[in-house]
Design a protein around this ligand. Structure first.
Ligand code: 1CP
Length: 343
């Protein structure tokens, strides 16, 4: 049976435009909070394939999306490279010993050794392949090397990225050395996700906007393209979605062998259509906060549908859903996307 989501990624005819939401498995769902509480904490949940599979499927059953995204986190990668990941309640992720020196980079576990340690992710995927309805796609994901590096260098989330940027401008070779090591792990990690059974790859470059447009290719996009090219050569049937958040000034320069470009909410869909619509399927891009109002959601979905006539499209939010969005509003969004695009 063909999967509508995979078909749409390859710009094939579909009965309606499929929809999913970034961060769709998570804190806005009471059912998620219950399973997380049973697991003890977020990382235990990631490490427990049975429970991770359960929360991956929840938004399909509850919200009605057309694809599931594997429940995990981008930061399990540096964790398995030997940086100890903690989540501090109310604050977020923390690495207590961030990367400052070449010796620390050399000491990181690299390549296949690091990728092979993510067995709990591959086991979750294998369970999901047995549990997911045949017509629903499973999206696997990674963080872009740059976005991962920001946490590895800053030790935590940041508003200013000043430690990363100090390295970018004063010792770019050191930053490239981190990006290179992470890229090699990500290639193999995504290959193993594909072998375990994912149907689609998404690369999240959540912190793309921290880089000035003229340097974005050098420090992020070129590594993302390298990962996509590595995967495409071996697995051309697996669609690849690139999501660089917040770089409308880079649209003119986008290149690479991938299938879908994820448009963030700050980039007009009409601009993305004009610049990229003939080369890539476009995913997005409702402002996630519109979900607080059903009327605003409907208006926006109708506008996006109208704009995207004539090009390949997948409905999504322009970034992740927020934890205090009412579940019924998320359901409304999904229903509206499927309604307005029905052929
Ligand atoms: O339960 C909890 O309280 C933990 C919250 C949480 C969740 C539900 C975190 C911590 N990660 C996740 C799951 C997650 N993370 C998924 C799978 C669920 C889904 O999408 O349905 C995915 C794809 C991610 C990816 C992720 N993690 C990104 C990229 C996507 C994006 O939103 O831009 C990033 C930047 C992270 C880091 C991270 N992990 C968790 C938090 C709170 C953060 C962000 C911290 C910060 O703002 O710097």
């Amino acid at each position: 049976m063909s999967k509508i989501f995979v078909d749409a990624c390859f710009r094939k005819e579909t009965p309606y435009t499929p929809v999913w939401m970034m961060r769709q498995a998570g804190r806005y769902l009471p059912q998620y909070l219950k399973v997380r509480a049973e697991a003890g904490n977020f990382l235990n949940l990631c490490h427990n394939p049975k429970k991770a599979a359960e929360v991956t499927i929840q938004p399909l059953d509850i919200v009605g999306v057309d694809a599931a995204i594997l429940f995990s986190d981008i930061l399990v990668i540096p964790n398995e490279m030997g940086m100890h990941l903690e989540f501090i309640k109310g604050e977020g992720p923390l690495f207590r010993d961030p990367i400052k020196t070449e010796a620390q980079i050399d000491a990181l576990i690299g390549g296949d050794e690091a990728a092979s340690k993510l067995t709990y992710v591959f086991e979750t995927i294998e369970l999901l392949k047995q549990q997911l309805p045949e017509d629903k796609a499973l999206i696997g994901f990674t963080g872009a090397p740059w976005t991962l590096a920001t946490y590895m260098i800053e030790g935590q989330g940041t508003k200013t990225y000043n430690i990363c940027k100090k390295m970018m401008y004063s010792n770019p070779a050191l930053l490239h050395k981190i990006l290179r090591k992470v890229t090699e792990v990500v290639k193999l990690y995504m290959e193993k996700q594909i072998q375990a059974g994912i149907d689609v790859v998404q690369i999240f470059d959540s912190w793309a906007a921290a880089i000035e447009p003229g340097l974005y290719d050098e420090f992020s996009w070129s590594y993302m393209v390298e990962i996509a090219e590595y995967l495409k050569e071996k697995y051309p049937h697996i669609p690849i979605i690139m999501f660089p958040k917040g770089i409308p000034a880079f649209l003119d320069k986008v290149y690479g062998n991938f299938d879908v470009f994820g448009v963030d909410w700050g980039t007009p869909m009409s601009l993305a259509k004009e610049k990229l619509g003939d080369r890539y399927v476009l995913q997005g891009n409702m402002e996630p906060c519109r979900l607080y109002s059903k009327e605003e959601t409907t208006k926006c979905v109708e506008k996006i549908q109208e704009t995207m006539q004539g090009v390949g499209h997948i409905f999504n939010l322009g970034h992740g859903i927020l934890p205090d969005v009412p579940v019924e509003n998320a359901i409304h969004f999904v229903k509206e996307c499927q309604r307005v695009s029905k052929k």
